[in-house]
Design a binder for this molecule. Structure first.
Ligand code: ADP
Length: 402
């Protein structure tokens, strides 16, 4: 079944076409800078272990035109994997915020799109462009079944003691102010892959999933279900991220406002775009920071210590709430590629049964197991694949498996 995965952002469309349930990627690509003079198009076709690439720069006025270009590229005469856009049977859409309304992948109809629109208050930067992608795909791939897969859905199993904030009840009851969590598609995928590597059923697998990309989050997974996670009502709290602060004392906001006369929109920008590793070092790319730390920069070294100390602190917290755990799993661009970050985050945790075998950590080409022999908790590195997870969920729903 040809399954198209769409991730529609404010000025971009990313897509991947898979044959399901074989999980074979037929092609993938992205259109960036939609609405600007020079939109950038990249398209890759995978055919019999050969790779064909198409690059382009021209104006793509809006998402409608963008989606039509996707359909053209899929059916492009020379290397297009399809003869006709009608061959796409399922379109799986990434939707960032499903609030409390969506705990599972959902067939899209007008009622569903209205609910996603209503939830835009909770994710004003993400839900509206996700919705535009859905609307355009419903027009361009008319015959396909459209499915929404929500980033928050995996965390709908959080118990109230984990998802409620200690704020007046009506803020939750009337305004939905609570922890929702994000990166759920990645954490769910990692849980399934880890269970496979451990040779256990998913519903008997407990682990700490550590997703370290530009955004970053950790999730405590008990018997296959998310029971706590570091992102909150918004993607700002928890770990130190590329440009986001992670946990801070909320009263800092009043201080910035009252004593430094910063308006709220500036504080919002500061915490989301100018903080985290960028605030500490001037860079949000961990590779640059590691290079500077190696060259002796005290500022870069301290930033790496702050970054990894926060991970370690949450490992301690999640070991406490989970009790028995099978594995600690690293994923995301940083988690998959940086032995140094993994080593710093897990240093000194042997009393918890967590420890690395240095050679395995250094030589890891994920997926791999990098724990020390005497560790009672495995440490795994697993590449995440959110597109595949969306395709799996959409296919399962459409074919009646779930
Ligand atoms: P996103 O969250 O945007 O999906 P990724 O998961 O691809 O991002 O992660 C991107 C980040 O991964 C980059 O900011 C970069 O800092 C980091 N990264 C990639 N390779 C390495 C590496 N070898 N060492 C440290 N960090 C890396």
């Amino acid at each position: 079944m040809k399954t198209l995965v769409i991730n529609s952002g404010s000025s971009s469309i990313k897509y991947q076409l898979l044959e399901m349930p074989e999980e074979v990627v037929l092609c993938s690509g992205l259109i960036e800078r939609i609405g600007e003079e020079n939109s950038h198009i990249e398209h890759w076709v995978y055919k019999d272990s050969d790779l064909f690439q198409t690059l382009g720069e021209h104006r793509v006025a809006d998402h409608r035109q963008g989606m039509k270009i996707v359909a053209q590229l899929l059916t492009e005469p020379q290397h297009g994997p399809l003869n006709h856009a009608k061959e796409v049977e399922v379109v799986g859409h990434r939707v960032v915020h499903g609030g409390e309304a969506f705990s599972h992948p959902t067939l899209i109809n007008d009622e569903v799109t209205q609910t996603i629109r209503r939830l835009s208050d909770l994710a004003p930067l993400h839900n509206p462009p996700n919705l535009t992608g859905i609307e355009m795909a419903r027009q361009v791939f008319k015959q396909a079944t459209q499915v929404a897969v929500f980033d928050t859905a995996f965390h709908q199993t959080l118990p109230p003691h984990a998802y409620r904030y200690a704020l007046p009840n009506e803020l939750y009851q009337q305004h939905g102010i609570r922890v929702y969590g994000f990166h759920g598609t990645s954490h769910r995928y990692i849980t399934a892959q880890a269970a496979q590597m451990l040779g256990k059923p998913v519903d008997k697998t407990s682990l700490i999933s550590i997703h370290l990309g530009n955004g970053a989050s950790m999730t405590a997974v008990q018997n296959g279900q998310s029971i706590d996670t570091t992102l909150g009502m918004t993607p700002l709290p928890g770990l130190v991220m590329g440009t986001r602060s992670g946990d801070i004392d909320p009263a800092i906001i009043f201080y910035l406002h009252d004593h430094l006369q910063m308006p709220l929109d500036k504080i919002n920008h500061l915490l989301n775009k100018e903080s985290g590793m960028k605030g500490l070092t001037g860079h949000n790319d961990l590779r640059e920071i590691i290079k500077e730390a190696d060259a002796g920069s005290k500022e870069a070294q301290l930033a790496l210590e702050i970054y990894t100390y926060r991970i370690k602190k949450y490992i301690g917290a999640y070991v406490a709430v989970l009790g028995r755990i099978d594995a600690v799993v690293f994923t995301g661009g940083v988690g998959e590629n940086s032995p140094l970050i993994r080593q710093m985050a897990l240093a000194g945790l042997t009393h918890l049964g967590i420890g690395l075998q240095p050679e395995l950590n250094e030589d890891c080409h994920p997926p791999c197991r990098i724990s020390a022999e005497q560790a009672t908790i495995q440490t795994l590195v697993i590449p995440t694949d959110e597109e595949l997870e969306i395709a799996r969920q959409a296919y399962a729903l459409v074919s009646g498996i779930s």
